[in-house]
Design a protein around this ligand. Structure first.
Ligand SMILES: O=C(O)CCC(=O)C(=O)O
Ligand SMILES: [Fe+2]
Length: 249
């Protein structure tokens, strides 16, 4: 699997980045992600202002999610545990097109982030598996155990129409909490194989060590993402989901 090589350009301020919106859009289109380090801190409203140039805010009621350790032990993102590979909101019928992560504070040890190119995962599946996951529709449980969506795991990218995976390895072991509800399903074995394909490529992932000021936007259909565990509790990312409306002109 091709490694994602995270090359970072440093930009002085968000104002400078705003001058380069077309460049950001082009980079997203070509590389499926954009990563930069912004030297001057960005306030929430500035971040939203900039991101509205890229797409539509996915959930206007909660535009920014603070990813850091809090008392919500229910979702692993809010602990210092690892988060295994997933497509963001894959239980929704309308999943976000882009995810933006902005680093307020990084951890001293651990907490590295990775992107997994799902078209490369598909390339390492055999043709039987590909056909199976193109046709079998699964129910996915949301973190609150509601079944919201039934769809295939291999789908067409909504913008580029190549095959991509929409999937989560989260919750697979804990049965009906979050993820695929396949406790007694014969296809559990197929999902187990898929998990293994994804995990076996872990050596090929590139890990990104967050630095304060890093701004990452990535294509949530093209990539699954995850992170390693970390020790301290100061690590803090802002998480904003975007959908595509602005791009379809
Ligand atoms: O903590 C991270 O690096 C990313 C966690 C995550 O999966 C997310 O924010 O969607
Ligand atoms: Fe996530």
């Amino acid at each position: 699997m091709r490694k994602v090589s995270y090359s970072i350009r440093t930009i002085n301020s968000l104002g400078k980045l705003l001058e380069k919106v077309t460049y950001v859009q082009k980079t997203l289109e070509q590389n499926k992600y954009f990563l930069s380090n912004i030297e001057r801190p960005i306030a929430n409203d500035e971040l939203i202002f900039f991101l509205k140039e890229i797409g539509t805010i996915y959930n206007l009621n909660f535009p920014i999610i603070d990813v850091r350790c809090n008392d919500n032990k229910f979702l692993r993102g809010f602990t210092n545990s690892s988060v295994s590979p997933h497509t963001e909101c894959c239980h929704e019928s309308d999943i976000p097109t882009w995810i933006c992560l902005y680093c307020i504070e990084s951890s001293d040890h651990g907490g590295e982030f990775y992107l997994i190119d799902t078209s490369k995962v598909i390339k390492s599946m055999d043709s039987g598996q590909i056909e199976y996951f193109k046709h079998k529709k699964y129910e996915i449980l949301s973190p609150r155990s509601k079944t919201l969506n039934r769809d295939t795991i291999i789908r067409k990218h909504p913008l580029f129409s190549n095959d991509i995976l929409v999937y989560t390895t989260i919750g697979f072991k804990s049965e009906h909490r979050h993820g695929y509800s396949v406790k007694d399903d014969p296809s559990r074995e197929k999902l187990q194989q898929l998990n293994e394909i994804i995990m076996s490529q872990k050596k090929a992932y590139s890990f990104h060590k967050w630095r304060k000021g890093d701004l990452l936007i990535f294509d949530n259909h093209y990539f699954m993402h995850g992170r390693k565990s970390f020790k301290d509790i100061k690590r803090h990312l802002k998480h904003i989901r975007l959908s595509v409306e602005n791009l379809i002109k």
